[in-house]
Design a protein around this ligand. Structure first.
Ligand SMILES: Cc1cc2nc3c(=O)[nH]c(=O)nc-3n(C[C@H](O)[C@H](O)[C@H](O)COP(=O)(O)O)c2cc1C
Length: 147
């Protein structure tokens, strides 16, 4: 299928209905500039996303967007972080191989000398019950948009 992003870019993606479980005890960390372009990713990020570090750096974070994620979730994320606040949420991410993984994400604005320089996201293992609840909630949100 084709996916189109907010900036008009689009690409063909393969979706595989297979969940890769979040590794125990690991934090997946990335940093972006103010427009969401990845400037830093840790080893856990590389392993879970399936992309090499070279492929990730300089790429927009939307490369991980899964089509099951409602646009409103990201609208809320950007409204929150642009206003200088921390955002928490559950995100279903798309791997390079088309499989997916759920994370519990915290996104923090980076402020240096009073100026916004970018954002940091730290992900943890999500609880199973929250993943089940978000799967239903996001499916409902996507249906509401379509109808
Ligand atoms: C620090 C940071 C981390 C982000 N992490 C993710 C992520 O893991 N997965 C994701 O789909 N979007 C993530 N986003 C949101 C993307 O920038 C983008 O808004 C989202 O994928 C929706 O893309 P689109 O609106 O361009 O289609 C992150 C944004 C920031 C600033």
């Amino acid at each position: 299928m084709f996916i189109t992003y907010h900036d008009g870019a689009s690409r063909e993606i393969t979706i595989v209905d297979r969940e890769v479980p979040y590794p125990d005890g690991k934090l997946i960390v990335s940093r972006t500039d103010i427009s969401g372009v990845i400037t830093h990713a840790n080893q856990a990020f590389v392993e879970m996303s399936g992309y090499s570090l070279d492929e990730l750096i300089g790429t927009n974070h939307y490369i991980l967007r899964h089509p099951d994620m409602p646009a409103a979730a990201f609208g809320d994320l950007w409204d929150t972080i642009k206003s200088g606040k921390k955002w928490h949420g559950y995100v279903k991410n798309l791997r390079k191989d088309g499989a997916y993984y759920w994370v519990k994400a915290t996104v923090i604005p980076n402020i240096r000398n009073g100026e916004l320089t970018g954002y940091t996201s730290v992900r943890r293992k999500p609880s199973r019950s929250k993943v089940v609840a978000c799967t239903l909630l996001y499916a409902q949100m996507n249906m509401d948009v379509q109808s």
